[in-house]
Design a binder for this molecule. Structure first.
Ligand SMILES: [Zn+2]
Length: 215
């Protein structure tokens, strides 16, 4: 059976997101999603709590880790990977616990800390998938460049909203075959289709500023 997943969602366990379990359930129902990957900043806790609260949804446990070389998503994690490590060390720690390395918005050149194309190429053997459709890269050609990079190195691709509010969940999603484990997930990504498009390049920046003001 084909399922629809938004593979990049932040919850209230990210300082800049307002998504709670009830809101997530409602928007998934409304948009016809089977689930999401919860990828909070430097924390796995949100995905574990959301999985416990929402047994009717598929919740892929993950975290968007701020490595010293930019953000890296670990999927199917069972323990936190600390921020601030080098990219190869971050990837190693994701893989050693059986997780998958997903590169979020890799070509958003407006981001200050990110890997160059050359660096990604160097590390491509440690990368399981590329996010080729992100909801809000600030650089408008970022998704196209990510898709090209993935095609060049035959890496599977994903779509994720990078939502920080419930309204944005499911505006982008990955449609793929059901899977039982990380290996199955990767295999079914090979036959996945990506849907949606960039919705609001400055959304997360605004949310971040607002969160800072509230502090
Ligand atoms: Zn994110």
């Amino acid at each position: 059976m084909r399922i629809r997943l938004d593979l990049h969602v932040h919850t209230t366990y990210s300082f800049d997101s307002t998504i709670e379990p009830a809101g997530l359930r409602e928007i998934c129902r409304k948009r016809g999603l089977d689930g999401v990957a919860v990828t909070d900043h430097d924390s796995l806790r949100g995905s574990l709590e959301f999985a416990a609260e929402l047994p009717d949804l598929i919740i892929v446990p993950g975290s968007e880790i701020r490595s010293a070389e930019g953000e890296i998503i670990g999927l199917f994690l069972s323990e936190d990977v600390p921020p601030g490590l080098t990219a190869p060390e971050t990837m190693r720690r994701i893989r050693e616990q059986g997780g998958l390395v997903l590169m979020p918005h890799p070509f958003d050149i407006v981001k200050l800390r990110r890997m160059t194309s050359r660096r990604l190429e160097e590390l491509r053997g440690e990368i399981d998938a590329i996010e080729a459709l992100n909801g809000k890269p600030r650089w408008w050609l970022a998704n196209r460049s990510a898709g090209r990079f993935a095609a060049r190195f035959d890496l599977p691709v994903t779509a994720g909203s990078d939502a920080h509010k419930a309204d944005h969940v499911g505006l982008l999603y990955t449609e793929m075959e059901e899977f039982a484990d990380p290996t199955g997930f990767l295999a079914s990504l090979r036959g996945a289709s990506l849907h949606g498009g960039r919705y609001s390049p400055w959304a997360s920046q605004l949310d971040r500023w607002k969160a800072r003001l509230r502090k």
